[in-house]
Ligand binder design. Structure first.
Ligand code: SIN
Length: 502
């Protein structure tokens, strides 16, 4: 039974240690709050931010043009008001946090100006980067900075298992610090738990991106939206253990070729290799099916691959990839939807906020523009952190969910085997293309799977079981959203094999 006598209190509780969680913690602390940041991560590279390559978009003084690119990439589905919040706050947030507070050394030209780069569907060079390992170069100094802050505690290797709710208000979480859970009560709780890469076999996310925040919030009754829009990156290494080949490479001149050596993107979209990501991902998959292989040719880069993209070049060398042509295939990359939030990150539940990839701000609509995810995490993290602080409101200690830790003979490898089944279902039926009949079949499999997992989470608090519970809840929500949307838009591409031929 969860022990509420041995509880903790925080003004603001942040769950997750990517850029959005760090920004929320920083801004709440700046407003005078005592902040506790819990993270499952044991190392910075357990957060997706650390894996982000291309960079962070700015507006370079032209918010209108960035807004137009975001709306176009989203196929007109992004929420213009949310995009305004992003573009109007982008440059100040970058200046304040990344340049002045953290002093990130973004790449510069020989003349000492920022070396802005460009990625697919951007009409201008406006992306700040540190070679193509930008996330690492932002997150690590950010975490070091938070560690020195006297109002912020970062607690690693600690998972939130359940939200504590009472009469529609969220009062904190039960963490896995005790065998039957430990209650942490907070004035406000901010979810920044990242994405869902662990729901698919091939992903550019860390292995433990199990949709925790989305599942916990949805189970507590929060509204979620746009979950069918799962973005697949077109250029991940095609072999086992995929890694990202940043869109910045195409932005700087690399091109896609099929097995016959032909460039094909102009046959699919007027912007060719720099078309919106969903278009390129489907084209790559089609060409792979028709010709057997697609490669990213880096010999056409305007700059030297080895010297300009050292981290990617090193990964290629480590994997034994030789030459200028790197085999690529689409790979799960980002969830455009999530927990529905307003312009300050407020969810539909009182005192619960969500920021970063687990949140749906409306900025991405059905398809996200490259290098806007770090920016969205930064902007909404800062806004939510500041908005969440109410120093007059004491955290209340209410009854916490009753977690047990009995021993119901959990079969060995239970979580691993169920997770493989879940991934296979998502790969086959909720990938780049969705057939309504297959989505219905996937929902049935996922419902059964969730039932099997629930039987154990009722009696055990093991983290991997809760992660599996969260993955299966989030997978079911994605399947439901996909089944309710018959229209192909952006990342949600509906094929209907049973439809009558025209
Ligand atoms: C990339 O570097 O291609 C990824 C950038 C992003 O997803 O925003």
């Amino acid at each position: 039974m969860t022990d509420t006598t041995d509880h903790e209190l925080a003004d603001v509780l942040v769950i997750g240690s990517g850029i959005a969680g760090c920004a929320a913690a920083l801004s709440a602390a700046r407003e005078g709050a005592e902040v506790l940041l819990l993270t499952k991560a044991e190392r910075p590279d357990d957060a997706s931010t650390d894996w982000a390559q291309g960079g962070i978009s700015t507006t370079r003084g032209d918010p209108k043009s960035l807004k137009e690119d975001i709306l176009t990439a989203s196929d007109g589905t992004a929420d213009p008001d949310a995009v305004d919040v992003l573009v109007e706050n982008a440059d100040d947030a970058v200046e304040d946090v990344l340049l002045e507070t953290l002093e990130i050394g973004f790449d510069e030209t020989d003349g000492g100006q920022f070396d802005y780069t460009r990625e697919a569907a951007h009409s201008a060079y406006r992306i700040l980067h540190v070679d193509a390992a930008t996330g690492t170069h932002i997150l690590r100094p950010f975490l070091r900075y938070l560690d020195t802050h006297d109002r912020i505690e970062v607690r690693q290797d600690t998972a939130a298992l359940e939200l504590i709710t009472h009469e529609g208000r969220v009062h904190g979480v039960v963490s896995d610090e005790e065998s039957t859970g430990k209650a942490i009560f907070a004035g406000t709780t901010i979810l920044a738990t990242g994405g869902i890469g662990a729901l698919y076999t091939r992903s550019t996310n860390p292995d433990d991106a199990t949709g925790d925040g989305i599942a916990m919030a949805a189970l507590a009754g929060a509204e979620v939206a746009d979950l069918e829009y799962v973005q697949f990156h077109p250029t991940a290494y095609a072999g086992d253990d995929p890694f990202l080949l940043s869109e910045a490479l195409r932005g700087e001149g690399a091109v896609l070729r099929n097995r016959d050596g032909e460039r094909f993107m102009n046959d699919y979209h007027p912007q060719g290799d720099l078309a919106p990501r969903d278009v390129v991902a489907r084209a790559v998959e089609t060409e792979r099916e028709e010709t057997g292989e697609v490669v990213l040719d880096v010999s056409t880069l305007e700059r030297e691959f080895e010297t300009e993209y050292p981290a990617i070049a090193e990964t290629c060398r480590d994997r034994g990839i030789e030459g200028d042509e790197i085999p690529v295939a689409p790979c799960e990359h980002f969830l455009c939807g999530g927990i529905d939030v307003d312009e300050n990150g407020r969810t539909s539940l009182d005192r619960l906020y969500a920021v970063g990839e687990c949140a749906r701000t409306g900025v991405h609509g059905a398809n996200r523009l490259a290098s806007t995810s770090l920016l969205e995490g930064l902007v909404w993290g800062l806004r939510a952190g500041a908005d969440a602080v109410d120093l007059e409101a004491e955290p209340e200690t209410v009854e916490a969910p009753d977690l047990r830790n009995g021993d119901p003979d959990l079969p060995e490898r239970f979580a691993t085997e169920k997770s493989i089944r879940l991934k296979r279902t998502m790969d086959e039926h909720l990938g780049l293309e969705r057939d309504p009949d297959d989505v219905a079949r996937a929902s049935a499999v996922l419902r059964r799977l969730k039932g099997e997992v629930d039987a154990y989470t009722r009696t055990r608090t093991a983290r991997d079981l809760y992660e599996l519970r969260n993955a299966s809840v989030t997978a079911l929500l994605i399947a439901r959203a996909a089944s309710e949307n018959a229209e192909s838009t952006g990342c949600h591409y509906v094929v209907d094999d049973d439809a009558p031929l025209a």
